[in-house]
Ligand binder design. Structure first.
Ligand code: SF4
Length: 426
């Protein structure tokens, strides 16, 4: 048939008009991109390739349980990427797509997960600090560059330095972290010193502390755990030992902090990823000390508290606690060794069953040897022999911190199942 002779059908519907081009991504009033670049659809296949796991989907559809022979895998109800991490990783991928020809930097690890940070390096994103940095520092950033701020945020001082370079800023700071900043800023406005339950060297706490003490308007002191909080409480009660405290908290308090002067009114806040039960206890301890010092009726004038543990952290901790009502024979917790929220999941589980906090698949060296981080505070990663139990049937609990991709979870579970086959010989 001669194609020329075909009469085109009369369209029954009006000819489709070309759709309007999507609006240009615009930065916020301060020039910072905080809403991505409208490229979610363009990067979704890359994200699925890098982080999706079919095995995890199968587990989810089976009620988070899976049995193979004598091995049962129980996956925590809540685990892995949280909303803040999802957003941060999305924005970083979108930034790479939106600025294909520019240098792109991260101020530090975008989240505490080696797989994700290494993937960003492969995409040509460089790090200005931390274990992945290759030499360029903030001083080497110029107006043509793009700098991505991580999910933990950056301090006010660092943000000001970055803005002074004239670079394009892409801010992935999690909304739950910004919520804490607002809280400590309010404490400062109201004349309260922020007592932050967190790790003084953690990026998020460094940023939060900068908001608590910005421009010398407020003060802060960071306590890592109940033992450190108790030292502060003793001082509130007795007024003694200020000199020793000044030395102990030299790197964990605002410049010029004076224990005699600055502990009269305290507002408690926390790094979003701390152990929530400990944060609540610390709040109660400080309140009690204030009541002893100033009298129960006056305690409210000297003490405020606001639980700033984020929902994602809370849900993951609750899910492990629920799993421990019927403890498995072995628990695997997956996440960066420097991931605060992952460490606390391991801490909770280890009170009930043998628990190994591993960073990635390569930590599972063999059925005879595993590299892991013990749950005790300050412990360094170590190797343990003969870790895989030989008892059968065996229930293995699995969870993952808020920065761990499902891909890693799925790979670890697949290997656990493979090694569980047979009669338990190593
Ligand atoms: S753990 Fe919480 S605060 Fe941190 S990124 Fe996730 S949701 Fe945000």
């Amino acid at each position: 048939m001669n194609p020329e002779s075909i009469t085109p059908p009369t369209p029954s519907t009006p000819t489709a008009q070309p759709s309007a081009a999507p609006p240009e991504p615009k930065p916020s009033a301060d020039g910072i991109f905080r809403r991505g670049f409208g490229l979610k659809g363009d990067i979704s296949a890359d994200l699925a390739d890098d982080y999706h796991s079919q095995l995890v989907e199968e587990l989810r559809s089976g009620g988070n349980r899976m049995t193979r022979g004598d091995i049962e895998i129980r996956l925590a109800k809540e685990f892995g990427f949280c909303y803040g991490v999802d957003k941060a990783v999305d924005f970083a991928y979108e930034a790479r797509r939106n600025f294909p020809d520019r240098r792109i930097f991260l101020t530090a690890e975008i989240i505490h997960n080696p797989r994700v940070n290494r993937r960003l390096m492969e995409m040509g994103i460089e790090f200005l600090s931390g274990q992945y940095a290759k030499g360029t520092t903030l001083a080497g950033v110029g107006p043509g560059d793009v700098v991505v701020l991580p999910a933990f945020g950056v301090s006010i001082g660092e943000l000001e330095q970055l803005q002074a370079t004239g670079c394009v800023l892409v801010d992935t700071t999690c909304g739950s972290v910004i919520h804490v900043w607002k809280r400590v800023e309010k404490y400062a406005r109201d004349g309260f010193t922020s007592l932050i339950h967190g790790k003084a060297e953690h990026e998020e706490t460094i940023a939060t502390a900068s908001y608590a003490s910005h421009g010398g308007r407020g003060r802060h002191v960071v306590v890592r755990d109940k033992a450190e909080a108790e030292l502060i409480c003793d001082f509130i009660r007795t007024g003694e030992g200020g000199e020793a405290l000044t030395k102990k908290f030299a790197d964990a308090a605002s410049d010029g902090f004076e224990f005699e002067r600055d502990l009269g009114r305290i507002g408690v806040a926390n790094q979003t990823t701390m152990l929530s039960s400990e944060s609540l206890e610390i709040g109660a301890m400080v309140r009690e000390a204030m009541a002893e010092r100033y009298g129960a009726d006056a305690a409210d004038a000297h003490f405020r508290s606001f639980d700033t543990i984020c929902h994602a952290t809370q849900e993951r901790q609750d899910a492990v606690a629920e799993m421990m009502s019927e403890p498995p024979g072995l628990m695997i917790v997956i996440g960066g060794f420097n991931s605060s929220n992952t460490g606390h999941l391991s801490e909770i589980a280890s009170e009930h069953c043998p628990t190994y906090h591993i960073e990635d698949l390569e930590c599972m060296i063999s059925r005879d040897r595993i590299r892991h981080k013990p749950p005790e505070p300050g412990a360094e990663p170590t190797k343990t022999e003969r870790w895989y139990p030989e008892t059968r049937p065996l229930v293995i609990g699995v969870t993952a911190g808020a920065s761990t991709p499902n891909r890693v979870v799925g790979e670890v579970i697949a290997l656990l199942l493979e090694w569980g086959e047979g009669e338990g010989e190593a």
